[in-house]
Design a protein around this ligand. Structure first.
Ligand SMILES: Cc1ncc(COP(=O)(O)O)c(C=O)c1O
Length: 379
């Protein structure tokens, strides 16, 4: 469409960070590469990453979640995507199941497929896509090896509360009784530092022992193309040492080998500095403006609190408009918006018809133009 000469395209489909990395990250990388760098800093290292970087991460995450995280609990990875694949490879046998609240980041399907595992989406009954521990309990079977959580969530923006995570911990302890192979929580949290009011996002690390935590700096440092993330295995997990070692091994055998060396070394110079983060207010302002405009058109959505995605529910007038294959009307609305040169993703792609997924990592004029398109098709 961009090439058709018919004008700009308002693309709300991709979650590609629009904010540039912070200046202190640029300076750190330049200084690390400056003359006088000690030799050997660009070679292979231990597959789990540079020990001094893992030590830094262990201290930082330990302080954040009140845990005694050790260097051997940390594995540096090629983004969160690399971390998830490494953990899946380490834990899952063919036919094993991964339970995930729906809607969910659609790449999870492919990651499960990579390891011949089955993704089991669970649609909860709670408003605002809050975590529904009872629904998860009902979905856990003999073959479940992983409960996969993502908070703040892509696509819904939901943040799981400490109370719900505690309740999930109880569910998982019950479900784990008598099992030969343990049931892991894999927590995928690349948006935890994009909370608009800066408040603490509870982690399952604070509420349960069998947890492998994953994050990356694709979003909070705007480094999606540089591929840097890590795993923290809870120091309280039974078999945690083995899982962390297996994750290091799978980093190698899946072909990642190790996380990018320069990106690892830059992290201690950036994380923890007040200016060492993108300005989330830019995403917040976009989300607020779009949410307000959509509510005026009859869409349903909770006030956005984190990240850069919105997952509005369509007004009832769209139900059934797309025919039998599109019960929620979200595919019909996606098509209608495309006619107005505005690109969105139907909720059906995330397993939840009747919604749209909108990415707000765009410049503000794109939000305005997209709202004009929404008004035109919803009028
Ligand atoms: C929920 C979720 N998990 C994982 C990823 C992958 O992130 P990374 O770029 O760190 O691999 C994304 C990227 O959009 C995401 O939204």
């Amino acid at each position: 469409m961009r090439g058709d000469g018919a004008g700009p395209v308002h693309d709300l489909s991709l979650g590609n960070p629009s904010l540039e990395p912070p200046a202190c990250w640029r300076r750190a990388v330049a200084e690390l590469l400056a003359d006088g760098e000690e030799p050997g800093r660009h070679r292979y290292m231990t597959n789990a990453g540079f020990p001094e970087v893992r030590e830094f991460i262990a201290r930082r995450e330990g302080a954040r979640y009140g845990l005694d995280v050790r260097v051997e609990d940390v594995v540096m990875t090629v983004g969160a995507a690399g971390a998830l694949n490494v953990l899946f490879r380490a834990v899952l046998d063919p036919g094993d199941e991964v339970v995930v609240p729906a809607p969910y980041f659609s790449e999870y399907d492919h990651y499960c497929h990579n390891h011949q595992a089955k993704l089991v989406p669970v649609r909860g009954a709670r408003p605002g896509f809050a975590l529904d521990p009872e629904a998860i309990e009902r979905a856990i079977s003999e073959r479940t090896r992983i409960v996969l959580l993502n908070s703040p969530n892509n696509p819904t923006g939901a943040i799981y509360s400490a109370r719900d995570l505690t309740a999930l911990g109880e569910v998982l302890r019950r479900a784990s009784t008598g099992r030969r192979r343990s049931l892991w929580v894999v927590e995928d949290a690349p948006y935890r530092d994009l909370v608009y009011d800066g408040s603490h996002v509870s982690s399952m690390l604070e509420h349960h022992d069998q947890v492998a935590f994953v994050t990356s700096h694709s979003k909070d440092l705007g480094l999606a193309g540089e591929r840097i993330g890590y795993i923290v295995v809870s120091p309280r997990a039974r078999g945690g040492d083995l899982l962390a070692r297996a994750a290091g091994f799978c980093n190698r055998t899946l072909g990642f080998v190790n996380a990018p060396a320069l990106m690892q070394r830059a992290l201690p110079h950036v994380l923890g500095r007040p200016e060492g983060r993108v300005d989330v207010e830019v995403y917040a302002a976009n989300c607020r403006a779009m949410a307000q405009g959509l509510r005026e058109l009859g869409f349903g959505l909770e006030p956005p609190r984190a990240g850069f995605f919105l997952f509005p529910e369509l007004p009832a007038t769209w139900t059934g408009r797309g025919g039998a294959d599109d019960p929620g009307g979200d595919i019909a609305l996606t098509d209608a918006l495309r006619g107005q040169r505005t690109i969105v993703v139907p909720g059906t792609a995330f397993g939840v018809p009747g919604h749209l997924r909108l990415s707000m990592c765009v410049v503000p004029p794109v939000v305005e133009a997209a709202l004009v398109a929404f008004r035109a098709v919803c009028a």
